[in-house]
Ligand binder design. Structure first.
Ligand code: SF4
Ligand code: SF4
Length: 323
């Protein structure tokens, strides 16, 4: 019997999701044994035309990591959607824009202007910028056109499931792989469309072992500014920790190691906007009723957008800076 076909793709992302798949160690052999790996550009030399030649819906499962930042990302997302029975957004960038979507604080022209003219590492006296279409004596060269707005995968094509995380934790990837193999081997029904895989409905705080009891903050600090109590909630020590606004699933990895949660496991169920939820959580720990003092305390939050929306700006209610 023919094996189920698996595709793995990397769009606008750092490559960490691909590394996380390799980090499942010996389980990768089960994946290779069970699936016919038809596309994984980061690991094997496949071509886009290999996919174009396949029948529609002939790929059983596609794990798509990365945001949609340019025409190529979108073209391959649409192609893989057309060819796949199950399309899964894999990792923070595909799920909610991720780090690449922080570029939505600027527009395309100002990003290109900075990268090719103003960055201190650039030497570009002729002020050359990349052109999507460029004629040379030998013909026409095209490169993918960069979009003005970075989007999540689900904002551009229909997706079936989400595996959150930056990157998804290897133990959770193993759980998902084992569940998929079990479903396909034993004819079990697929989870409902839209299901979040490899995570739970709770928040990171629910997984965190740190104690919560003070809830009185006069100033927010960065983690290196004082020696932190290893057992006490980081937020209650004045360090902005995104635990209350983040889905559980990673096992509270960062907070267990003394580093605040940055929110990579996406929103818990029934939360519409990660930053708004976090603002609400902070309101409950600020120790003041005086508006001027509250404003002064809020002013001490380091890098509010980069903290509240580090991974979720594309999916947030803010979406992007309006030009
Ligand atoms: S805010 Fe952070 S440190 Fe505090 S309980 Fe939640 S996850 Fe743990
Ligand atoms: S603690 Fe937060 S930032 Fe760290 S892996 Fe878990 S969800 Fe991601």
């Amino acid at each position: 019997m023919a094996k189920p076909k698996l595709a793995i793709y990397w769009a606008a992302s750092c490559g960490g999701c691909d590394i996380a798949i390799l980090d499942i160690e010996a389980k990768i052999l089960d994946v290779a044994d069970f699936f016919d790996l038809v596309f994984w550009p980061v690991a094997l030399d496949f071509k886009y035309d290999d996919i174009r030649r396949m029948d529609d819906k002939s790929i059983t499962l596609t794990l798509f990591n990365g945001a949609i930042r340019n025409d190529e990302n979108f073209e391959i997302a649409r192609l893989l959607r057309q060819k796949s029975v199950v399309m899964c957004a894999f990792g923070s960038c595909a799920t909610e824009g991720g780090i690449p979507a922080l570029a939505n604080l600027y527009d395309r022209e100002s990003i290109i202007d900075y990268a090719f003219h103003k960055s201190p590492s650039v030497d570009n006296p002729d002020r050359i910028v990349p052109e999507p279409i460029y004629k040379v004596p030998e013909g026409t060269i095209t490169i993918p056109a960069m979009w003005n707005t970075v989007r999540s995968l689900g904002q551009t094509i229909d997706i079936d499931y989400i595996i959150p995380g930056c990157p998804p934790q290897s133990d959770q990837i193993i759980n998902v792989v084992e569940a998929v193999i079990d479903i396909l081997s034993n004819g079990k029904p697929l989870p409902a469309k839209g299901t979040i895989l490899g995570a739970t409905d709770k928040s990171c705080c629910d997984e965190c072992k740190r104690q919560r009891n003070i809830k009185k903050i006069k100033k927010f600090i960065r983690p290196f500014e004082k020696v932190l109590d290893p057992d006490l909630c980081l937020l209650e020590q004045g360090v902005v920790c995104m635990g209350p606004a983040t889905r559980a699933g990673c096992g509270a990895k960062c907070v267990s190691a003394g580093v605040p949660c940055r929110g990579c496991y996406s929103l818990p169920t029934n939360i519409r906007d990660q930053g708004a939820k976090m603002a609400s959580a902070l309101a409950s720990v600020i120790d003041s009723t005086d508006p001027a003092e509250i404003n002064a305390i809020i002013e001490t939050i380091p890098d509010p957008i980069g903290t509240f929306y580090r991974f979720s700006l594309a999916e947030s209610m803010l979406r992007r800076v309006q030009i």
